[in-house]
Design a protein around this ligand. Sequence first.
Ligand code: OOG
Ligand code: NI
Length: 464
Amino acid sequence: MSNQRFVSPDLIRQGFSRAMSDMYREEVPLYGDLMQLVAKVNAQVLEQQPAIARHLRHTGELQRLDLERHGAIRVGTAAELATLARLFAVMGMQPVGYYDLTPAGVPVHSTAFRAVHEQALQVSPFRVFTSLLRLELIDNPELRAFAEQVLARRSIFTPKVLELIRLAEDQGGLAADAAEDFIQQALETFRWHHHATVSAAQYANLSAQHRLIADVVAFKGPHINHLTPRTLDIDEVQRLMPTHGITPKAVVEGPPRRDCPILLRQTSFKALEESVAFTDQAHNQGSHSARFGEIEQRGAALTPKGRMLYDRLLNAARDELGDFPSEANAQRYNQLMQQHFAQFPDSHDAMRQQGLAYFRYFASEAGLAARTEPGRPTTVQALLAAGHLGCEPLVYEDFLPVSAAGIFQSNLGDDSQSHYAGRSNRQAFETALGRPTLDELQLYAQTQRRSLEQCAEALGLPAL
Ligand code: OOG
Ligand code: NI
C-alpha cells in the first residue's frame, strides 16, 4: 500500500514536540529561561571544543540537538495507558523499556515512548517517560476505592483525537490536514488545568497517602510535568542555574563527569508551587506542585556488559555513601562516584574493545578507495586499524531507574520516601499497555548490526 498521501509519523512527532514545547513555555516561563541557558552553554561548548562539534556533525546529532527533549506524564488507569500507546503510535513512538520505581518508594511503574529506528530518531528524538500509578499499593481501601471512582469518571482524551487515532489505525496514516488536527487535539491531553476534580479535603487525603497519588487523581488529565532539553555540559548548566534564579537539586544523577560520556546524566529544579481551585473553591485558593525543570546530557549506549559494570559501580558508590545523596553529602557522593568509576574505561577504543558500548560503523574514504585492492583487511578490527572503517558510539536514548527515582524524589520531598512491599510487576504493566514493551538493548544491537551491514556492502565485503 502506498502511503504517499500520508504525513510521515516522524514529522507528526516533530510537529507535536514543537507544539508541546511552545505550550509548556507559555505555561511555565522558567522553562523558557532554562532553554536559553542550555542554548547558551551548548553554543559555548561547540565553539570552544571543535572536536565535539565535529563528532556531533558526523553522527547527525548536531541537527537534532535543538529538537532534543523528553517529557514526562503520569496516568491513573490501564485504559488511559492503552489509549496513550495508540496515540503515541500515530507519531511513530513505541514503548521501550520497563522501569519499576516502587523499590525507591514511588508507587508507579513506567516505560518510555520513543522512536526506535536510527533514521526516525534523527528526525525527532522526542520521548515521553510515562508512568502508571499502582493503585493497588494504596493500603487504605476507602481511599483506593475513592481514587478509582474519580479516575473512572474522567476522560483524558478529546473525542476528536480518539476519532483521529482510529482513522490513522484504519487507513494506516494521516493526511496533512488530519495530522495538523491530531497535533492540536493530542496536545489537549497534556495541558495544565487550574481546576481540580476533587475538594480540598479529598486532595489533602490523597496527598497524605502520597503526593504523587494526588497529582494523578485530583486533576482532569496527565499534565506534562517537565520537558527536558539536552545539554552538552551539564556541570556547567548546574553551576550557572543559581545565577539565573534557578535552584538545582543537590547532585547530578547518573554517571560522574568523564572524557567519554556514557548513558545519561540529569539534574532538575524543584517543582513549582502553583495555584489551583478545588471543587469546593470559587477561585484558585489551593495550591499544588507538580511541574519542574530538568536537563540532561546523553552519552554512549552501553551493552549488557557495560550496563552491569555501570550498575555495579553505582551501587558500590551508593553503598559506601550509606545514605540517599543529598545537599549534606553531595561532595562526598561526587568523590565516591569519581573514585569508583575510575574502573570504567574512559576511551571509546577501550569501551569498544572490551564490548562495553554500542557503536555505529561507517566506511571511510580510504576504505572505499581500497575496495578492489587485493589483500585488503576484511575484519572489523583490521579495517579500523587500517582506517578503512570509522566508528562512533551510539547515543543512549533511554532512561535510568535509579536516576528517575532521584528525580521523582527531589520533587516530591523527602517525606515521600515511603517503602512499598509490592513486587515489580512487568506483566501487569504490559497487560495494561496492551502490548509488550521493547527491549532497548536489542534496539541498539540492531542499529549497530545495520551499520555493519551497510559497511560490508559499501566496501564490497561478504559480511562483518
Ligand atoms: C518522571 C521522573 C523521571 C527522568 O527523566 O528520569 C524522569 C516523573 O516525575 O514523572 O523524568
Ligand atoms: Ni525527565
